[in-house]
Design a protein. Structure first.
Ligand code: AGP
Length: 606
């Protein structure tokens, strides 16, 4: 996740900006920079690597401006070199950016045709030139931003300052979080309250689609339609803790909403979005020679592995053996020499998963860990680490770690398919482009969160809930059931939809809610049949689909409309409704959402 900071100060701001960026180091980065307005002129200092390199640059060539923006960058488009480091700028405007601008290639072609020269490989530079073109036409800065924002497609946050104006800073949020800090005669922008903590605890969190016009006198917030809106100024506790809930009631809610950002951050570690290709780290083994993949994990992480089984078998044509670690560790499964064993784990400390890793290592497997904590036991005992870049996950119920695990495993499936000669360059580009769109689609889904609060009042009265799915949606049905039961304590079961007639249909009556995970893919019509069997027995269907309303051809209790997506990436998107259904039902039930009874965040014992 990149870090954004901006300050309208009473004195030179460069040093304070660097201090604020230091508080965002937990997000991970590979370069940093600061830009300021001084005597009406924009100037900047940037450096590769850690903030100390930027500090050295500023020591040798100080910036005195009282208006400035700063950035720590995790490269998504273009190598992590100084040339690509933020802030990006022209003589008229300087910009820092967090997230992905998906349509940057079209914008770059349009601007190049207009005579703009691109110096970097970044998507951010398109924002600089779009604004420069507006300003060059005599458009005022605020109107230039109003005209520019609708041109961008993707999940992003922006910080902007302008030449000739040292009392104006504009921030925009379209996915990744952004907050405005209120000081005494000073104003601030930050990716979160942690960055602002050194200056203020009075914070206004921008909502998705908002943009903020900041001067030393205060802030005017406008929504995506350009209408002025009121956003509350709240006192943030972030000064006391490194990880705070932001403006969310629970860590789980915050972590659900962090997914557009952390998925983009994780994907950027494995794909080159500019080239539309997978850029997978060397696992120290020949992917083309692998004859079987073994996957083992527990709980939600196991369901991520189960999705990966569908992907790897479909796209790489390699057989996948998968089992929960608590079974795999005792089964003594015979494993082919030189096979790849993949362990999926957020904490990297799950006892059953670690024990199974050791068994597989003893069986001569190459060990790869998809892990969120890189210093964990499982990471240390693996031959290759495939990090999820979800950041700290505090809620016991795994959410952003799950979708980041899926992101890594999706890239692994593509890398295996390429190595095995089963995926063409064109297919690779198609799949990578689909992954690049995931943060934006999840942002869209999160914007429709209100419907889940209403649904929760219904589900909260249920004694049992059934979840159904087919193909790569079947693991999502299992995950949805786990999410609901582990935080609301309502019994729920996930089932392969095709198994309905083999027993579970006996459960169906008018008291039984049935959540159906049904992207409009090649299995959709078969799932429609299952829904009609449920409806015929009075079952209350909650359909989650990108198909049009009424597509089930039977009465439904609720229809959750999803964005259209490539079948490959539907598990990443359909995880969000599974999380939101569980979260809002648990809130309705009044359970301890972040610390559910009997559960621990990491099961380090058998
Ligand atoms: C997830 O919602 C659960 N809390 C739990 O199933 C978890 O996924 C499982 O314990 C595995 O943990 P790990 O990813 O840290 O190995």
């Amino acid at each position: 996740m990149c870090g954004i900071v901006g300050i309208l100060g009473k004195q030179a701001v460069a040093g304070d900006i660097v201090e604020a960026l230091r508080r965002l180091e937990y997000r991970g980065y590979d370069s940093a920079g600061v830009a300021t307005v001084e005597n009406g002129l924009l100037d900047r200092r940037r450096a590769e690597g850690k903030l100390r390199n930027l500090e050295a640059r500023l020591h040798n060539q100080p910036l005195q401006g009282r208006t400035g923006i700063g950035h720590t960058r995790w490269a998504t488009h273009g190598k992590p070199v100084e040339r690509n480091a933020h802030p990006h700028m022209s003589a008229k405007v300087s910009v820092v950016h967090n997230g992905i601008i998906e349509n940057f290639r079209e914008l770059k072609a349009e601007l190049t045709a207009d005579g703009y020269k691109f110096e970097t490989e970044t998507d951010t530079e398109t924002v600089v030139h779009l604004l420069t073109r507006e300003l060059g036409r005599g458009v005022k800065p605020v109107d230039a931003v109003a005209n520019m924002l609708p041109r961008l497609q993707g999940a992003f946050a922006l910080g902007i300052i302008f030449a000739g104006n040292d009392n104006l800073m504009i921030g925009a949020r379209n996915g990744p979080p952004l907050a405005v800090g209120h000081g005494d005669g000073e104003m601030y922008l930050g990716s979160d309250a942690i960055a602002l903590a050194p200056f203020t605890d009075q914070v206004t969190y921008l909502e998705d689609g908002d943009w903020a016009i900041v001067t030393r006198e205060g802030v005017e917030v406008r929504n995506a339609g350009g209408m002025r809106v009121q956003r509350p100024m709240i006192r943030s506790p972030a000064g006391t803790m490194l990880v705070d809930k932001g403006n969310h009631r629970h860590f789980m809610a915050k972590e659900i909403h962090e997914q557009p950002e952390v998925i983009g951050h994780t994907l950027a570690n494995y794909i080159d979005m500019a080239e539309g290709r997978v850029r997978f780290p060397d696992l120290g083994l020949d992917l083309s020679a692998i004859t079987r993949v073994t996957i083992s994990a527990c709980g939600t992480a196991y369901y991520a592995g189960l999705v990966a089984k569908y992907w790897i078998e479909h796209y790489a044509r390699i057989p996948v053996e998968i089992d929960v670690a608590s079974e795999m560790r005792y089964r003594e499964a015979p494993l082919p020499k030189g096979g790849l064993a993949v362990f999926v784990t957020q904490s990297g400390e799950t006892a059953d998963t670690l024990a199974t890793l050791r068994y597989c290592k003893g069986e001569g497997q190459k060990i790869a860990a998809v892990v969120n904590v890189r210093t964990s036991s499982i990471a240390r005992e693996s031959d290759a680490i495939l990090p999820t870049l979800a950041g700290p996950e505090i809620g016991v119920a795994s959410t952003k770690a799950f979708t980041c695990q899926l992101s890594v495993l999706a890239c692994l499936a593509i890398a295996l398919g390429k190595a095995q000669g089963k995926i063409s360059d064109a297919k690779e580009q198609e799949l990578v482009n689909a992954l690049t769109e995931v943060p934006r689609h999840i942002t869209t889904i999160l914007r429709q969160e209100a419907q889940y609060e209403q649904l929760a009042h219904y589900l909260g009265k249920a004694k049992d809930v059934l979840y159904l799915g087919r193909g790569s949606s079947f693991p999502l049905a299992l995950e949805g059931a786990l999410k609901l039961k582990e935080i609301s304590y309502i019994h729920a079961e996930g089932y392969a939809a095709g198994e309905l007639k083999h027993g579970p249909i006996a459960l169906i009556d008018e008291t039984m809610p049935v959540v159906v995970v049904a992207p409009k893919d090649e299995l959709f019509e078969k799932t429609v049949s299952n829904m009609q069997e449920v409806a015929a027995r009075g079952g209350q269907i909650i359909i989650v689909t990108n198909a049009e309303s009424g597509a089930a051809g039977c009465p439904v209790h609720a229809h959750i409309q999803m964005p259209d997506t490539h079948p490959f990436t539907s598990p990443l998107l359909y995880a969000i409704p599974m999380q939101l259904i569980a979260y809002h039902t648990a809130v309705f039930m009044g359970t301890d959402v972040d610390q559910p009874r009997n559960l621990a965040k990491s099961v380090t014992v058998e």
